[in-house]
Every structure is written in C-alpha cells, then in structure tokens.
Ligand binder design. Structure first.
Ligand SMILES: Cc1cc2nc3c(=O)[nH]c(=O)nc-3n(C[C@H](O)[C@H](O)[C@H](O)COP(=O)(O)OP(=O)(O)OC[C@H]3O[C@@H](n4cnc5c(N)ncnc54)[C@H](O)[C@@H]3O)c2cc1C
Length: 379
C-alpha cells in the first residue's frame, strides 16, 4: 500500500539505482565494523567521490554532480533505506559545501570545493558549544581580527565528523557586543596550530558517526578564510537551515516506510500462542495506524520537497516537515520495537538500530521545541 510519488524526474530515479548499489556494495557490508570503531573508513569517502556521489548538487566546474536538490534527496533517502545512518555524505554535500558554494568567493570555491567533491577533504560545521546549542546567538567562541588574520578562541561540542573532518566551518563571534549581527562564519583547516580535537563522544545511537569536541586555542587563520561578510553569519545560517531540516524529514520518512515493511515481515513470521504475531488484532491495528502515519508523513514531506525544488520552502514550512516527520517516526519506532519483543532490543536487529539512531532526529538540526517555536511565530 504505497502512494504514487510525483516529485522525482526520470534522471533522479536512474541516479537512485546507482546510489542504492553503492550503499549496498560499499557501506552495508562494513556497517558492523564501523559501528564498533565509532567512525567510518575514509576510503568510503574517496570511493563515493570517484563515483560522483559527493556534492551531487554542486556545479560541475568545482567537481560536483551538477544536479539539483532532488539528487541530494535521493542520496538521503537511499542511505535511510539501507540503514546507512552514520555516513555523513548528506551533511557534507548538502549542508556544509553549499555554504562555501553560495557565499564563498571564487578563490575559496576553487580552494576547498574540489577536495570536498573527491572525498579527499571531509567537511564539518561547528556551531554548538558546551554552553549553548539552540540559542546560537549566545555562542562564546571569538574570532578577533589581527592584521591579515583572525585569532580564534573557544570550544565546540557534538560536532559530526569531528574526528575525521579536515575542514570546519566555524561559527564565531567577531563582535561579541552585536548579538546575532556579531556572528561570522570562518573556515578552519584541521592542521592549523592551536586546533585540537577532543574525545570521540559515546552516543546512544549513530554509532558509526564520529561526534567530537573541538578546541580552538589562539588558532590563527588568514582573513581570507572568512566566508561571506563579517557579521552576516547568523543570516547565512538561517538561509541554509530549511534544507538541512528537510533532509532530516526525508530521512525520517524513508526510515518509517522501511521499518514498517520490515516489521510487517517480522510479525508475519514470528509465532506466539499457536499463531503468528500478525494474527493478534492488536498487532494489525498498531501497524494500520503506522501505515496511515507513514502515508501522512510521505505526503507532507513530498509536498515540501516539491516546494524546495521550486525554491519556495520557508523556515516555518521546513520546521513543520522536520517536526512532524521526526516525532511521528520516533513514536512509531517505539511501537515497532514492542512488536519485535526482546529482539527489538538487540542491536543486531534493524529495528533496534533504527530506534537508537532516530532519537537524535528530534534534537539535531534544531530541536522539536525550536521547530514549534518557529511554527508558532507564523500562526
Ligand atoms: C549526534 C549529534 C550530532 C550533532 N552534530 C552537530 C554538528 O555537526 N554541528 C553542530 O554545530 N552541532 C551538532 N549537534 C548539536 C545539536 O545541533 C544540538 O544538540 C541541538 O541544537 C540542541 O542544542 P543543545 O544540545 O545545546 O540543547 P539545549 O539548547 O540546551 O536544549 C535543551 C532543551 O531545552 C529546549 N529548548 C531550548 N530552547 C528552547 C525554546 N526556545 N523553547 C522551548 N524549549 C527550548 C530544547 O528543545 C531541549 O529540549 C549534534 C548533536 C548530536 C546529538
């Protein structure tokens, strides 16, 4: 019982086949090892680059795929369907590289984007600090201009790709007295003196994704590492956040559909009291509810995906997509774990992995409460 999707073109669907094959061949067999190691192999980044699967939405002149957000959406959906949760291609390609592409100078694009497209340079974005996450205006990391350089001091936490990342877009205060207007985006290469990675953080889920603290102790970078204009960082971040939130919604929709199909198969096979678990009316009713929710999520997310492809998605609409998709997924996964009994609590079962991985969708990219705040402002 699937609804017809009308949002993708034929070239997107052809691309989907390539992407799915890549994840199945290059990622799925390694997931257990990566989960144990707490990070993925760098080789998979270079392989993805070689196959043209990084920065698929970036112009070809910098090594990108020359596609649109539909191609990025395909990458995100297929990763979700294959259970490849800790590989951060979408964050790298569709969240961070676009900052450089949209607000960077020509020289910055030439310098940083080709490596991001081949997978030689892995990107991260450092906004969150130990003292503040949701309230971005309250960050305390400073960048002080000194001649032709900025001197950066402060610390960041929960940074995805914090261990394997080579280049970080760091959100800094260039004018601490100016609130949101004192925020700037500065690119920091991981080999700069005074830059230090903290420990790899142990997380509830997303075990193969490295998440770490970053420390900046008098890190000097050339003034030419400033992205866009000084003091405009908050505005740039707000402009890119809808795409990030839509991607999280897309991943959640695909996870919901995949885990529902997987749970239906499981309960039809599992026996209890001389019948299958599916035969209990409770099971069928719960799964009927989840099917209805999955269709509602799919319809809503595809509507906003189409809006985004027409460049019309607003901050509030992206918040609706993220809030509804992630909250619905979270509740549905809890029900589906229950239907698996004890196996639902074993990480070797996809439902358990999905359960622990998905919890963060309601937290990162802006919490559900922040989404509600944004939506309510438009009421
Ligand atoms: C696995 C993982 C990966 C991450 N990757 C990155 C990354 O790559 N780069 C990066 O910069 N950050 C990253 N983050 C950080 C993430 O974006 C923040 O954790 C998130 O924005 C919330 O910030 P916080 O943790 O400081 O929570 P807080 O802001 O302290 O929030 C605590 C609680 O207060 C609530 N709250 C806050 N403000 C309001 C409000 N106005 N109204 C109502 N309730 C409110 C929140 O919803 C939450 O329930 C990552 C986090 C995780 C867990």
């Amino acid at each position: 019982m699937q609804i017809q999707r009308n949002v993708f073109r034929e070239d997107h669907e052809m691309f989907r086949t390539t992407v799915r094959r890549f994840y199945e061949r290059e990622c799925v067999p390694h997931l257990a090892d990566w989960n144990k190691a707490g990070l993925v192999d760098r080789e998979v980044w270079r392989n993805a680059g070689r196959e043209g699967l990084l920065c698929v939405g970036l112009p070809t002149e910098y090594g990108g795929g020359g596609g649109d957000y539909g191609h990025c959406a395909v990458m995100a959906e297929e990763a979700a369907r294959c259970g490849v949760s800790g590989v951060t291609f979408n964050m790298h390609s569709d969240i961070i590289a676009p900052y450089i592409e949209r607000i960077g100078s020509e020289a910055q694009k030439q310098r940083w984007l080709p490596g991001a497209c081949t997978g030689e340079t892995i990107l991260g974005i450092a906004m969150t600090e130990p003292g503040t996450g949701s309230d971005l205006k309250a960050i305390r990391t400073t960048a002080v201009r000194d001649g032709d350089e900025y001197v950066i001091n402060g610390s960041k936490t929960f940074i995805s790709n914090g261990i394997i990342g080579d280049l970080f877009v760091v959100v800094c205060k260039t004018d601490p007295a100016a609130g949101a207007k004192g925020i700037s985006l500065i690119v920091v290469e991981a080999n700069r003196e005074g830059f230090r990675r903290g420990r790899k953080l142990e997380k509830v889920g997303l075990h193969s994704q490295d998440t770490a603290e970053l420390f900046f102790d008098n890190v000097r970078v050339p003034a030419g590492n400033l992205l866009g204009e000084e003091g405009q960082g908050f505005r740039y971040l707000m402009a890119e956040l809808p795409q990030e939130r839509l991607t999280i919604a897309l991943v959640s929709a695909a996870r919901l559909e995949t885990m529902l199909a997987q749970t239906i198969a499981y309960v039809k096979d599992r026996k209890a009291f001389g019948q299958t678990v599916w035969d209990f009316q409770n099971t069928r009713f719960k799964l009927a509810d989840i099917q209805a929710q999955a269709i509602a999520v799919r319809t809503l997310v595809d509507h906003y995906l189409a809006e985004h492809l027409r460049r019309r998605l607003t901050l509030e609409e992206a918040a609706v997509a993220k809030l509804f998709a992630t909250e619905t997924l979270g509740k549905a996964l809890d029900e589906m774990v229950q239907l698996h009994g004890g196996y639902g609590y074993m990480l070797e079962y996809p439902i358990a992995r999905a359960f622990v991985d998905a919890r963060v969708n309601r937290i990162f990219g802006g919490t559900s409460e922040v989404m509600r705040e944004l939506i309510s402002r438009a009421l």
